[in-house]
Design a protein around this ligand. Structure first.
Ligand code: ADP
Length: 449
């Protein structure tokens, strides 16, 4: 408002000045027409001068990339400046919004475990996500504009890139000893999108699955072949009664071996497929020891010196069936791998930090140090024929390990050839509780809390 008044004042002052000069010129020249022309010319000149000055101010503002507020007191030029400023502001806001969308999009790409890399028509890197850079051992900033095959030199990858677009992903060893797969997809005008993935775990699982199937087939084929041989013998040869009985006994042993194998495989499959054992079902440790003891007594048939102790006032949280199977497996192994006359100790103890331990100690044949790390692998046996002679499936310890891990614990194995072995199942404090003898149930092994 103040500026408008000022502008009006300046305009009136200029008008007054032009009129006064025109009157003066009219009087001096004694020609009113000359005076009129003079004031008109002066007024026109003043208007042009003012317009030029205002235009120049607008130009000066535009030349600074429209920095700062638009000049407002320059009449119609001010209007132009104001409109220009609004157009620029709207455009800036749109660009800002687009940039934010792009940032969000890039953040989503970066969050993906799949690496993304963009290549130009010459296979030079135009953009690379952090994950792709980690996979391929690149620097997402430094390596921009570098030909990708100069940096990733694995022959399979280089060959794949030079062969042109393909629907198939290529797999190759990564820089960190991992296995990678890369899928190259063309897009736009000769550009390429490379998607990378770490497939180390997937390949390992696939190899394990293949080995497992091969092992199972092998384990089943052996008794099956023997059985088929006996069937043939019985159908083709005339056998005496005694021979027939012997062959039938051998056949039944092979059938039992297959049954044991299938039972252990089913147990493993169940352990892998079922949810973790409950943390509020409590199992009396004494009952676990009691049942393991009666199994061991039956199997040992008086050939070993057996000792079971501890755990009278302790409960473990979890599955009674699983815990029983784990403990019995260890105890049966101890009987199998301890020569007659040897001693077997099964003992429960709790450490000061609250961890509980079920320990099975024997004075048996022991295990050489190099076998210890692999002992809980499926079908791993130190001595294959000895294990089979004892009716072992090679799956026992892998079941034990699964069970104890499902209960939040771990297995510890110490052994010395010729001296014996100690297997310890360790349970975390959250799964161990002490109960007053009065609270112990007389029958049944599991209680809920
Ligand atoms: P298996 O059915 O063959 O006993 P396990 O998984 O129970 O299978 O055990 C794997 C291998 O560990 C066995 O083949 C045996 O060589 C060894 N082993 C297990 N327990 C003992 C033990 N107490 N003493 C010596 N060796 C053992």
């Amino acid at each position: 408002m103040r500026q408008k008044l000022l502008r009006l004042g300046a305009f009136l002052a200029a008008l007054l000045l032009c009129t006064a000069v025109g009157l003066l010129v009219g009087r001096l020249s004694n020609s009113p027409l000359a005076g009129l022309l003079c004031s008109a010319a002066l007024g026109l000149g003043a208007m042009m001068l003012s317009d030029t000055l205002k235009g120049n101010r607008l130009l000066a503002w535009l030349r600074t990339d429209a920095e700062g507020p638009a000049p407002g007191d320059i009449g119609v030029w001010g209007e132009i400046a104001h409109l220009t400023e609004k157009v620029l502001l709207r455009r800036e806001q749109r660009i800002e919004q687009e940039q934010q969308r792009l940032m969000r999009f890039l953040a989503a790409v970066e969050a993906s475990p799949i690496g993304v890399m963009l290549l130009d028509a010459n296979h030079q890197i135009s953009w690379c996500s952090r994950v792709a850079a980690d996979h391929l051992g690149l620097d997402p900033k430094r390596d921009i504009a570098q030909p990708v095959t100069n940096l990733v030199r694995m022959p399979a990858f280089v060959e794949h890139m030079s062969a042109g677009p393909s629907e198939q992903a290529v797999s190759f060893p990564g820089p960190n000893g991992n296995r990678l797969s890369a899928l190259v997809q063309p897009y736009g005008d000769g550009l390429q999108l490379v998607l990378t993935q770490d497939i180390t775990e997937r390949e390992r699982a696939e190899t394990m699955r293949r080995n497992f199937v091969a092992n199972v087939s092998h384990e089943i084929r052996t008794p099956l072949t023997v059985l088929a041989g006996f069937v043939e013998t019985m159908s083709e040869l005339p056998l005496t009664e005694a021979e027939r009985k012997r062959v039938l006994a051998l056949m039944s042993a092979q059938a039992r071996r297959m049954q044991d194998l299938v039972a252990d495989l089913l147990t493993l499959a169940q352990l892998e497929g079922s949810p973790r054992p409950p943390a509020d079902q409590w199992v009396m440790v004494a009952k676990l020891l009691e049942r393991a003891k009666s199994d061991a007594l039956a199997l040992s048939a008086g050939r070993h010196d057996l000792h079971f102790d501890g755990g009278e006032d302790v409960q473990l949280a979890g599955s009674q069936t699983e815990l029983q199977s784990a403990l019995s497996n260890l105890v049966m192994n101890a009987v199998h791998y301890t020569p007659p006359g040897g001693r077997i100790d099964v003992h429960w103890s709790a450490a000061d930090d609250g961890w509980g331990s079920l320990r099975v100690n024997d004075t048996g044949i022991g295990i050489a140090r190099e076998h210890l790390p692999r002992l809980t692998e499926r079908f791993y046996r130190v001595d294959g024929s000895r294990s089979r002679d004892t009716g072992g499936t090679g799956l026992g310890l892998s079941i034990v390990k699964h069970v104890v891990q499902r209960h939040g614990g771990e297995i510890d194995i110490q052994s010395e050839p010729g001296k014996g072995s100690t297997f310890r199942l360790l349970f975390p404090p959250s799964r161990v509780r002490h109960v007053a003898p009065a609270l112990q149930p007389d029958a049944g092994v599991a209680t809920s809390s």
